[in-house]
Write a protein that binds this ligand. Sequence first.
Ligand SMILES: [Zn+2]
Ligand SMILES: [Zn+2]
Ligand SMILES: [Zn+2]
Length: 154
Amino acid sequence: MPGHNHQLHQGDSLKQAARERLTGQGEQWTGMREAVFEALAGFDRPASAYDIAEAVSASLGRRIAANSVYRILDLFVGSNLARRVESANAYVANAHPDCLHDCIFLICDSCGQTVHLDDDQLSGGVRDAAKSAGFTAPRPMIEVRGTCGECETD
Ligand SMILES: [Zn+2]
Ligand SMILES: [Zn+2]
Ligand SMILES: [Zn+2]
């Protein structure tokens, strides 16, 4: 998406953008989906369905099963509201639900903090390499492990 207005949302603006994206796809923004999205967006590191189920149970004051959270997370990933961080086996809220990118994640080995980067030139190079190797419709998943600046200075 070259030259588009790349907007990173947070807080209420992120929730609003997520709701518009989901309802724009003909899906309902239910109270349960909102609670799951809020819980997901509240983590500063990738969260598992279990982490989110616990946070949602606490905020709604009733027990929510991880299975129902999984289904909603699947929907969110399919609608660009969330991304799966494969190497952490967990999810993050997507700060740019309005536009599609091959998001790149930097994950700290010691604290789990995750930085989300978008570099279409870099991921485009990976796509092109995959196509040259005969792959069709490649989906680059680029994750970098290391130690974040905060942990390094401790
Ligand atoms: Zn963008
Ligand atoms: Zn991204
Ligand atoms: Zn760290």
